[in-house]
Design a protein around this ligand. Sequence first.
Ligand SMILES: [Zn+2]
Length: 599
Amino acid sequence: MKKIFKTFIIMILALVVCIPMQTIAKASTVTNMDSKKDVVVSKPWTVSFNKVLSTTTVNTTNIKVLSQDGNYIDIKVSLENNNKNVVVQPVKDYEYNKTYTLIVTDQVKSSDGKFLPSEVRMNFTTKSEPAKSEPTKPSEFTVCIDPGQYYSVIKGSSGIKAKDINLSTALKLGSILKARGFNVVYTRTTDSVAWTQSGEDDAKALIAKNANANVFLSINTNDSDVNTANGIETYYTTGLSKNKTLATFVQAELIKATQAKDRGIQVGSTTILNKTSCPSIVTYLGFLSNPAEQSLLISAQYQNNAAKAIANGLMNYAGFANTDTTYDNTLKISSIPDITGSVTVGGTYTLPKTVTAIMSNGSKQTVSVSWLKSVATSVVGSTTYYGTVVGAVINAKADITVKAAPTTSKYKVVLDPGHGGYDSGAVGPTGVMEKTVNLAIALKVGAVLTKNNVETIYTRNSDKVSWTSNVTQNLQAICDISNNAKPNYFVSIHANSADAVSASGTETYTYAGSAASSKLAQAIQTNIVNATGSTDRGIRTANYYVIKNTDATAVLVETGFISNSAQEKLLNNAAYQTKVANAIAKGILNTLGITSITY
Ligand SMILES: [Zn+2]
């Protein structure tokens, strides 16, 4: 114990004067040091150790200041002198003529792992409040301006952020105050801060305290789920009577300057209001969630009026003579909402002769616009057009998209994959079902037709059928699909079957007497034979129901014999199916007059 005592001790310094600790009783758990009197209310204590400290043990849990009411007060602890000194600073000034206790617990360690031998306490009493002379002119008055909401995510529908409006207005206020001779200090002047979100209020309060600020003015922008909420409000706390006076003067001038809805002064619970040592207010200049107020808050005219109002309110509060109390209430255009539109390539789009402008008091007004160019519609794409409005420094803007003409198919073909559902069609020696082969080929034909801008309709596009198992109704249902669609062609796709297992080859049927059908049948037949080498069994006529009862030029193709084991194998092969499908598609497209084909 003795050894530890000798190797790790504490001293409390008054600034640079070292007062070495006299004794630490060996057995006691708390060592009280001599108390101090007449301590200034902003006093930073420097606690000096004879060893380098373990920095993680230097925190506000292990080092504390207790008020005489038994509350721990907000302090900031920082390291100095190569981590041998700890500076203990109150966030807010100590109160006058009160006794506090500085506590360093025995949990503070040296960097080589030694605990402080005992907790050390030191009482100190602050000075009595001096008879203060109030500032009589701006040069004796310091204003701390706080552009609020740095960490807030509040933004308007235009994307503008609350923190940026606050900064812009705060800088305008600072310029006005400086021009009137005030001393001005800001909590921030850019979109960057040295503090974390949790340390924000302490950091701001210290900036005001270190500058000996006479007032702290926080500038903020409001937000609401209700987008009609509007107006200005100012918050204060009852801690200092001057808080309410300051809020009253500033709020009154803000309403006079902006003619916004007066939401009044309100007692607030904002932490910063309880941390500052001087009179302080938090004012909200309008609602970013309200589109009309958003336009105002963005405008230089509104920001200038608000900044000047805060400056005037401050001068009224301080009792300084003020000769410049007028506001710029001329109605100006503050924003013009963008126009968006679209037009089909080659079409006509006429930009409007008038647009609705948002005025500086939030009202809307119809104004004439002269567009610099008319909309060109010859090329697909988006273009921004600008227009001028008399009396406005901002332009009207129109984003116009020229869209491609919708591709309309010139031709339509109905594909009928034979059988399906309950009806397997013919079945090959190894069990390959005709309905499956027909569907696979038909879907491949349709894919090619679609690629070549031919609208394709299927009587079925899966194994599910839309008709009943009654044969006549079934075949008529297929014809109805085609007749309702009114296609150029109806092509029914089947595979053949015969008792003679050697039967093989391809044949295409038409209903007797249709020249157009014969031409289509021949094209399909020739292309399949050429593409696959299948035996050419020629084009034939038959009274098959689906080619007899369809209105369109109709054919039925028997792609091959599924009853022939060699052909069954081919018909069940995806690559062979593609060959057949491409050949059928080519026959259809060629007959439609399309010779340049995309597969
Ligand atoms: Zn069939």
